[in-house]
Ligand binder design. Structure first.
Ligand SMILES: *Cc1c(COP(=O)(O)O)cnc(C)c1O
Length: 440
């Protein structure tokens, strides 16, 4: 590992648990890959076919005609608070993509996770339920289809939001669904899933073990579909559709994206499917005019390590002596998806890390300034807005005039399902840290 440290001078800092940013020296334009713009469009159309069904079974989506989508909000007060927090004037327009408030499961997993369950359901309904693609899919809410789906099962290994999304959607359709959870999963998530009729199997061992066990059980049952967070292209495409929705939202708000008006997007990264899918979709649309950064906890920078070294999933954060542990649910991942690293790693402008305490500080600032409550992982993108302007080499690639015209999207990935008392704990912790800081 000392060879790696020689070659990549930020590794010693990472090993000490310091915050780092890595700017990708070999950024590449979107290239031909196994996934194309046509695949993303296919996924978008599938979600459109399902919209009448979603609207029927999840009435909270009615305002959006059954589309599972979140607002893209201007947060000028938070921008001012960040200038104060970082003691620096910051250029550009700051927006929050509120996937923290996506309907059904309150996190970015309501994109990929739900999409993959719908994909599986459609396949069964077309092959053996007499459904045609031209039908109104709200028929899938009928007893006939629930009966059909009850002969099939869905299974996933997850400690959190993916389990919630897949559990809730699968149970609603009528699938038998099992979520394999490691010992560290939060009690409220297990309780909520069980209430919805999901089988939750708990393991003493860690997350990797739970996934492995889930996969093994699923393989023994030909009618069981195992959702593979690390390798699934279906999941990835579900996330990628978000880019088309953002394109539409930006247009509607009159925001241009081009060489004179670049777009910066900061995405919290766990195993990589969520941020990877979104970034992949955005690069397909905006090419070199969109600049994507991934954010990870200082103890779990698996994608940074994999992409920077080119070793992808052949290296884990434990290999450089980090714990992989963090208060940021969903980001406590030691080894990134190799598939995602290969497909989008070289299209990223960079990756950076954040200490846990800062996540609490930022989420409580956001609650105070904008009355938007998000979970710790979802705050990981904020430092990017500062870091891209603090680093002069990077900033000068654009210059002040263009930076003034730039738009920055912080992708808030989760939060609205967090129980009130838990959220209060997060906010109190952040407030306390902020007060301590300002009194120094
Ligand atoms: C899962 C998750 C992420 C990261 O998504 P990956 O696909 O694991 O990279 C970020 N934030 C929250 C809240 C999540 O649940």
């Amino acid at each position: 590992m000392s060879e790696l440290a020689d070659k990549y001078p930020i590794i010693p800092d990472m090993q000490e648990g310091l915050e780092v940013i890595w700017f990708n020296p070999n950024i590449k334009p979107p290239q031909a890959s196994t996934l194309t713009a046509a695949d993303i469009e296919d996924a978008r159309q599938r979600l459109e076919r399902f919209a009448p069904y979603i609207e029927k079974v999840f009435p909270e989506t009615a305002g959006n005609q059954g589309m599972i989508e979140s607002p893209l909000k201007h947060i000028p007060r938070m921008k001012a608070a960040l200038e104060d927090y970082y003691q620096k004037e910051l250029e550009g327009r700051l927006l929050l993509k509120c996937d923290s408030h996506l309907p059904i499961s309150g996190s970015i997993k309501a994109r990929g996770g739900i999409y993959e369950v719908l994909y599986f359901a459609e396949k069964i309904a077309l092959e053996s339920g007499g459904l045609t693609m031209a039908d109104d899919y709200s028929v899938l809410a009928s007893e006939k289809y629930k009966q059909l789906f009850s002969h099939y099962s869905v299974s996933v290994g997850s400690t959190g939001n993916l389990g919630l999304s897949i559990g809730i959607m699968s149970a609603k359709l009528g699938f038998k669904v099992t979520v394999h959870m490691s010992a560290d999963a939060r009690q409220w998530k297990k309780d909520l899933l069980r209430k919805k009729g999901v089988t939750v199997i708990e393991y003493e061992a860690d997350y990797e073990k739970a996934v492995e066990e889930g996969r093994k059980q699923a393989n023994q049952d030909p009618n069981c579909h195992f959702i593979d967070d690390e390798n699934s292209q279906t999941l990835f495409l579900g996330y990628a559709v978000a880019a088309k929705r953002v394109e539409h939202q930006l247009k509607k708000q009159g925001i241009t994206v081009d060489a004179e008006h670049p777009l910066f997007v900061y995405l919290p990264c766990g195993v990589g499917g969520g941020p990877g899918g979104v970034a992949y979709g955005l690069k397909q649309i905006y090419g070199e005019h969109v600049h994507c950064f991934f954010a990870e906890p200082v103890q779990a920078p698996c994608m940074l390590l994999g992409v920077m070294t080119g070793l992808q999933n052949k290296i884990s954060v434990q290999d450089i002596g980090l714990s992989g542990q963090t208060a940021a649910d969903g980001l406590a991942v030691g080894r990134a998806s190799g598939f995602v690293g290969e497909v989008v790693g070289n299209q990223l402008d960079g990756l950076f890390t954040v200490i846990d305490n800062r996540l609490f500080q930022l989420l409580s600032l956001l609650a105070k300034e904008e009355s938007i409550e998000i979970e710790p992982s979802a705050a990981a993108g904020f430092p990017g807005f500062f870091l891209t302007q603090q680093n002069l080499d990077y900033y000068n690639r654009f210059g002040q005039q263009i930076m003034k015209n730039s738009t920055h999207i912080i992708w808030a990935t989760g939060g609205s399902m967090v129980p009130q008392d838990e959220m209060k704990g997060y906010l109190d912790k952040g407030n306390e840290l902020n007060n301590k800081n300002s009194s120094n």
